[in-house]
Design a protein around this ligand. Structure first.
Ligand code: FRU
Length: 611
């Protein structure tokens, strides 16, 4: 029971492998908990509030309780909240305090500030809400509460059972992922004060199996340099930075007036971070200058860093993670440029003996021949995706620690996933056995803020292992479910389609797969063995009303014939992977009830439940 309440420190199980019925049951229990929580929470006294103008209020708080619960109304305009202690601003953020009705609460942790503080709240001056009713009549003032607990019991029917989701609030990109001592660490772009994009902070979750996640609290919070945008972490085994052997060193973008790169380090295995005192460590006049990805490069015995600079990727090197030397830029004239380049990664990949070396730079082509490896440069782009909005493209080539040389022809775009909901894909540092374990954010900037959930927004993809495969003399990035993902499923098939399950389909030439529910909502997937394509139609999949850009048919080349598919279904997402890794497609769906019926024509299927 206490698992669903946040007390202090913030830590709670995010999800278990619960079947649909259990989830509904939990939902009812949740109502009970909320009631209890509501009885425990204390409302504020009217003389605590000082309304100082039509847009400004001060609130003196004297409480021993741990949280101030802030009532949020998503359609409202932003209010700016400053937390003031002894005349100093100790925290500030934006949130949509309720004017008419409350959609949900978010917790402001008070424990770090002692039992007395001042809140300074300013409403956006352009809000027309106040012309209809004066600010002092807004619903939020009666609904603000102090409490020792914050209830995080799941209230959402679309919440995934085996994918990572934030306990509450908005999430976008995965950040700073690393593996150490049997634990996978996932940081993520989090808004702790609402379920829409704002107040970027690194939330932190951990897992030992990439399926069950525990929320560990906020790891890196905004400061005077800006909010905390995307970045990466490394395990500094040899203490090159001087923060200690095995320290976790994170680099992220400080998004202030300009975008600059900052460091933070952790000596307790990634739980708490200290910001480096000489931040920022890299600056630039380029406006979109962000998402640093660091990795150790044994060839030069130094760290490399790749980051997005407008429509290209900049590469740097460093002996100590603090002092960086610019090496080169990649991207002009290559691949898709219909949007901003973001969230890069650069991965060394072994090549099979028959991989063609089609390098324009002959000296590096020779190196690649002897080292039997190529590099894959991951470049997320928004907009510009194959079906609109966000997507992940990649380039194959060579890298000598200084310069990435692409072997693909400049006009070619290689997509890692052909669905609409696969973005900000990056890999874990220090993964076991030299594996490249990737995770994506399963959404699209076209509609991410309006998908039909409220307690939280967005999930991550399943963990996927990346490698190379050859097709018609070209190298492509293969995408396969990680063995940890596969281990989540029973090996005994069942007959009934479940809201959370895996469906394996053996394909025979042309195959169609239809998932449907009793409301007439359905998803149609088609493998065309003649064209060597796979497509998915979600136009009748359920609720598509929240965005005109959501309804779509996505189509992927399968790079030759494929034999079998693995379809990962989890309440509101469908990820289809060719078993040999040659095609991946990730799409969200919001059926008003789970699909319970599957029809496969021209193939055989088996349904595997979660263990
Ligand atoms: C990608 C992105 C990044 C940025 C972050 C901000 O989704 O735009 O480029 O760092 O989100 O939340």
């Amino acid at each position: 029971m206490s698992n669903h309440f946040i007390t202090t420190p913030i830590k709670s199980d995010i999800q278990g492998l619960c079947a649909c019925a259990q989830r509904l049951f939990l939902g009812c229990v949740a109502c009970l908990f909320l009631h209890v929580a509501a009885m425990q929470a204390s409302s504020l006294q009217s003389n605590d509030f000082h309304f100082l103008s039509d847009s400004h209020c001060m609130l003196r708080l004297m409480t021993n309780e741990r949280f101030l619960l802030l009532p949020i109304e998503e359609r409202e305009d932003m209010a700016h909240v400053k937390v003031i202690k002894n005349g100093q601003v100790v925290k500030e953020f934006n949130c949509r305090l309720s004017a008419d009705k409350t959609d949900y609460y978010v917790p402001l942790s008070l424990r770090e500030y002692g039992n007395e503080l001042l809140l300074d709240i300013t409403f956006n001056n352009t809000a027309d809400r106040r012309t209809k009713s004066p600010m002092k009549d807004f619903a939020c003032w009666n609904q603000l509460k102090t409490s020792d607990t914050f209830d995080t019991t799941n209230r959402e029917k679309f919440r995934a059972a085996y994918h990572h989701t934030p306990l509450w609030g908005w999430m976008n990109d995965p950040n700073g992922m690393f593996y150490k001592d049997g634990v996978w660490h996932l940081y993520f772009q989090h808004n702790p004060y609402g379920s829409q994009w704002e107040n970027m902070t690194w939330g932190h979750s951990t897992s030992t199996d990439l399926i069950h996640w525990t929320f560990e609290g906020e790891a890196v919070e905004p400061d005077a340099l800006g909010t905390v945008f995307s970045g990466s972490s490394v395990v500094d085994h040899n203490n090159t930075a001087g923060f200690g052997a095995g320290a976790i060193v994170a680099m992220y973008t400080s998004a202030g007036r300009s975008q600059t790169q900052s460091l933070a380090y952790s000596t307790d295995g990634g739980k708490t971070f200290t910001k480096y005192e000489f931040n920022p460590v890299i600056t630039s006049t380029v406006p979109d200058f962000r998402d640093p990805h660091i990795f150790w490069n044994k060839d030069i015995n130094r760290w490399n860093l790749i980051l997005a600079a407008g429509q290209q990727m900049n590469i740097y090197s460093s002996p100590n993670l603090k002092d960086w030397t610019y090496e080169s830029s990649f991207g002009e004239g290559y691949g898709n440029h219909d949007g901003v380049w973001e969230c890069p990664d650069l991965l060394r990949m072994p090549v099979s003996a028959n991989t063609r070396l089609n390098n324009t730079d002959k000296s590096q082509a020779t190196d690649a021949k002897t080292t039997k490896e190529k590099w894959v440069l991951i470049c997320n782009i928004n907009p510009g995706g194959p079906y609109g909005g966000s997507a992940t493209q990649y380039f194959v080539g060579t890298f000598d620690g200084h310069k990435f040389v692409c072997e693909d022809s400049p006009e070619e775009t290689k997509w890692m996933d052909w669905g609409k909901d696969h973005y900000a894909t990056v890999t874990f540092d220090n993964a076991p056995d030299g594996r490249h374990v990737a995770m994506a954010w399963m959404s699209n900037w076209q509609y991410a803020n309006t998908v039909p959930t409220q307690q939280y927004r967005s999930a991550n993809s399943i963990a996927r292992d990346l490698a190379l495969f050859d097709y018609q003399g070209e190298s492509y990035c293969s995408v396969k479910p990680s063995k940890e993902t596969m281990a989540a499923f029973s090996t005994k098939p069942v007959t009934k389609l479940l809201a959370a399950c895996r469906v394996d389909v053996e394909l025979k030439g042309n195959t169609s797969i239809v998932l449907a529910n009793s409301k007439g909502e359905q998803v149609t997937m088609t493998y065309n063995g003649t064209d060597e394509t796979f497509s998915m139609d979600r136009s009748k999949s359920g609720d598509t009303s929240f965005s005109d850009a959501f309804s779509a048919v996505t189509k992927a080349p399968t790079r030759g014939r494929i034999k079998s598919l693995q379809i990962f279904i989890d309440h509101s997402s469908i990820e289809i992977l060719d078993a040999d890794g040659k095609m991946a497609m990730t799409n969200l769906v919001f059926p008003t009830e789970p699909y319970h019926k599957i029809t496969v024509k021209g193939g055989k299927y088996k349904i595997y439940p979660l263990r």
